[in-house]
Write a protein that binds this ligand. Sequence first.
Ligand SMILES: Cc1cc2nc3c(=O)[nH]c(=O)nc-3n(C[C@H](O)[C@H](O)[C@H](O)COP(=O)(O)O)c2cc1C
Length: 336
Amino acid sequence: MTGSNHPLAHLSREALEALVHEAARAPSVHNVQPARWRFEPGGDVILFRALDRRLPVADPTGHDVDVSLGAAFEGMAIALSRLGLALGAPAPERRAQAEGCEPVVRARVSAGGTLDPLAPHVLERRSYRGRFSRRGARELASARLMEASDVHVIDDAADIRLSSRSHDAATWRFESRPEYHAELWSWLRLSRRDPRYRRDGLNADCLALSTPERLGAMVLLYPIVFRLLGHLRIARHLVSEAGQVRSAIALVLFMPRRTDSAFDVGRRFYRLWLEITAAGLHAAPMSASVDDPITRAQYEPLVPADRRLANVLRVGHAPVGAAAESYRLPTAELLV
Ligand SMILES: Cc1cc2nc3c(=O)[nH]c(=O)nc-3n(C[C@H](O)[C@H](O)[C@H](O)COP(=O)(O)O)c2cc1C
């Protein structure tokens, strides 16, 4: 980057890696981490999609991967803001090339950015999939989530109970399909000896599994065994999240405009999650409830006509120290 006066040109390799490292903290579906980055000498950033990081069964249209890419882009904007830099509007990019990737967007970095107020919460945010501890909903009010036009909060215990049941029904309609379960299995890292345990996917710590649960899951979720247990009507209990959902102090319905692209939805999704973190709360998305038409229809009366239900997050307090940080790919692999 020598010869350029652009602020990016003065950043060391370490500083660029730190930006990518922070952007990678954004949530991604199944922790597949599809985002790859390039910093151009003239001061542009290009976001690529890694073509081998897809979920053909669970996400056949690539919608959730696009949401994940939008979240990563927002993560890059937040990371740059720490350095007083601003990331401009993303423009579709078609020409740039990188092995195993396709370009998604290009955006201009400029001086004059101010620290994003959500930046302090990037490293605190994490999915928490265990049971929430029971405490009041004071933080929910302070989060002012209820005031956002793209959010609807359900905090009535009876309604949350109903949602816990319909979420399990939705989960089972997906998980009873062998190809769906096999794909999920390929992103589960249950054995600590798995070389991918500290790279990507959903590992036992992030799934909040105790050691007996982890060992049990290694056997019982194994696709052939799981299929057999499905016939015996046992498998659906293994993937139940009803207890976790019931322990939530609220369900946060995220409802972007129908006209928003998946990429823009991802940008806002990440900010919403950081706002939840800023309020001292933990969350876990419940995508099955949204992807399943029967369960989604139950939320439809709550969704204004010009909006769509993009996700439902269960929100509450994780017991102290219980929310494990999920792993990311080495930063060097994310720079192309
Ligand atoms: C579009 C999208 C959908 C997601 N759906 C689910 C879900 O249904 N259940 C779940 O437990 N986590 C879900 N997640 C969370 C990811 O699994 C999580 O972000 C990833 O494993 C990284 O972990 P972290 O959020 O702790 O950084 C989703 C994330 C995204 C971006």
